[in-house]
Design a protein around this ligand. Structure first.
Ligand SMILES: [Zn+2]
Length: 293
């Protein structure tokens, strides 16, 4: 009797373990994409541009090595006038309104500060990668000691920094460009309430991007300190900050990447820097991209 009970118990344990393993089978190429047609005619130009540029297909290729226990949908969609992006229940939604705001902020001409195409691509890649950060933390049940919003920003910036030097720099400049509104005015007045937000303030997020980049490569991004963009006090610790993120990435992200697919990713990924993005017909001044979850 006892032996039978023992065998039954062992079998049940095996069942449970088998069930858990099946439920948690981690596979690469789990990302689905969808361009949802907007109902609002005003969003049609941005919908068509994004689709024509095959933006979601490119993001999908970049994310192919992620091993996930179930599928993840990334979609662009009209949001009834709300300019935002979020991750919820195995799906990332990036609103056309948000993408349109990024487009509106693209400068007409190349300047010493930024190339038009990079002003478009930096914030665009960042919004997807930031939301993917939230998604994978949920899928992998990643332990986080700090704020999840900071971790999602670090996830995005760190991936940008793994591309080739030229492309990493272009994406970082573009990423930082989205916080330009606060950076231009030397004194930022914020209501106390703003500091209760789960996100860092735009200025903090701006300095975090510069610091991580400088910490990754103090030569490539040395001008951030030389020009005073990144204050020396902060810059001193940036190499350590970068190492901290690199260590977390190595422990928490890399084990969940498919090594072969990762090797296949190209380090050159962006269109040439002198590519002139399509002009948006209605540009009404620079917009702050604040409403991203
Ligand atoms: Zn977020």
């Amino acid at each position: 009797m006892r032996a039978v009970a023992y065998v039954v118990m062992l079998w049940c344990l095996a069942c449970a373990a088998g069930g858990a393993a099946a439920a948690q089978e981690m596979k690469p190429k789990q990302v689905d994409i969808q361009y949802v047609e907007p109902k609002d005619a005003a969003l049609r130009p941005v919908f068509e541009q994004i689709r024509k540029a095959r933006a979601l297909e490119k993001i999908q290729t970049l994310l192919a090595p992620l091993r996930l226990p179930r599928r993840l949908l990334i979609k662009t969609e009209g949001c009834d006038g709300v300019s935002n992006a979020w991750y919820e229940e195995d799906a990332i939604t990036v609103c056309y309104e948000y993408l349109d705001d990024i487009w509106k902020n693209v400068p007409a001409e190349q300047s010493a500060e930024i190339a038009p195409v990079d002003a478009l691509l930096g914030p665009l890649v960042d919004v997807f990668l930031h939301e993917v950060g939230h998604a994978v933390f949920d899928y992998w049940k990643t332990p986080l000691l700090g704020r999840e919003e900071d971790a999602a920003d670090q996830f995005s910036t760190f991936i940008m920094l793994q591309l080739g030097k030229d492309e990493a720099r272009r994406l970082i400049l573009g990423n930082a460009y989205q916080y330009k509104g606060d950076v231009r005015s030397p004194v930022v007045v914020q209501s106390m309430r703003k500091f209760s937000d789960v996100h860092g303030t735009p200025s903090q997020r701006y300095y975090n991007v510069l610091c991580l980049a400088y910490g990754a490569d103090p030569v490539l991004f040395g001008d951030f300190v030389a020009s005073g963009k990144l204050p020396k006090d902060r810059a001193e610790g940036c190499e350590f900050e970068y190492q901290q993120v690199a260590n977390a990435f190595e422990r928490l992200v890399v084990p969940n990447l498919d090594p072969e697919l990762r090797q296949e990713l190209h380090k050159t990924w962006l269109p040439p820097v002198d590519t002139q993005p399509a002009r948006r017909s209605d540009r009404a001044g620079w917009r702050r991209l604040l409403r991203r979850n």
